[in-house]
Write a protein that binds this ligand. Structure first.
Ligand SMILES: C[S@@+](CC[C@H](N)C(=O)[O-])C[C@H]1O[C@@H](n2cnc3c(N)ncnc32)[C@H](O)[C@@H]1O
Length: 217
């Protein structure tokens, strides 16, 4: 199995049957080292390597399973990466790609128009904010017909759970610096945001799409 999902590597390695093994891959050598350090059980059939999803060094038809999580949104050419994953999978093999669709985000605020501009600004700073819902057509383009899409909406009501990744206040300040919102709008929005967090009325949701495909035989 080939996997791009740091937190799930050990679980995958415990699941593969006798003789199976898991290869963890990331473009960043630093991330590869971190993943290695965080793997306490050296007896697991697991190895980590640096690599580029756009140009995998594996032969055609190598893996039974591939799994990629939170990776396609960072790619410059998702179509090429998808073609590469399909290429290195055996015929009949399964590929699962799990991505949040950032265009499905909702964030409750008394200033919905400001929120919409803010979220659009943030998405524009990402390489592929909408890749989760574009994968279906990309798979079809690449000749795959066995495609199953599973939606999963993640609702957060305790901001602490996503604060380290979300940085909504800093993001709104940046949107203001880029004239996406006025200073007055930013101030009102941040005040309302902080009040929502303080009074336990914070609400954020985003839908993930898990795209599962089977390589044609
Ligand atoms: C948000 S992190 C997710 C890491 C991991 N997939 C996980 O679920 O924990 C995004 C990762 O994508 C990696 N990445 C970006 N471009 C890549 C590429 N072309 N090939 C492989 N990995 C890439 C980055 O190095 C980064 O570690």
């Amino acid at each position: 199995m080939l996997a791009l999902a740091r937190a799930k590597m050990c679980a995958f390695a415990r699941l593969v049957g006798p003789g199976g093994h898991v290869t963890g891959l990331d473009f960043s050598q630093r991330m590869v080292e971190v993943a290695r350090r965080r793997t306490p059980d050296f007896s697991l059939p697991l190895r980590f390597m640096q690599g580029d999803l756009h140009e995998l060094s594996f032969a055609d038809n190598t893996f039974d399973r591939c799994y990629a999580e939170k990776t396609f949104q960072h790619l410059s050419n998702p179509r090429r990466a998808l073609a590469e994953l399909i290429r290195v999978m055996k015929p009949g093999g399964l590929l699962v790609i799990a991505e949040a669709d950032h265009e499905t985000q909702v964030l409750d605020s008394p200033y919905p128009d400001v929120t919409r501009r803010f979220l659009r600004f943030r998405n524009a700073g990402m390489k592929q904010p909408d890749i989760a819902h574009r994968l279906y057509a990309l798979c079809k383009d690449l000749g795959v017909t066995d495609i199953h899409i599973e939606p999963l909406t993640c609702v957060t009501t305790d901001y602490k759970n996503i604060e380290a990744r979300a940085h909504f206040v800093e993001g709104m300040e940046l949107a203001c610096q880029h004239a996406v919102v006025t200073p007055e709008e930013a101030e009102l929005w941040i005040t309302a945001f902080n009040e929502a967090v303080r009074s336990e009325r914070f609400f954020h949701a985003v839908t993930w799409f898990l795209t599962r495909i089977r390589k044609p035989l």
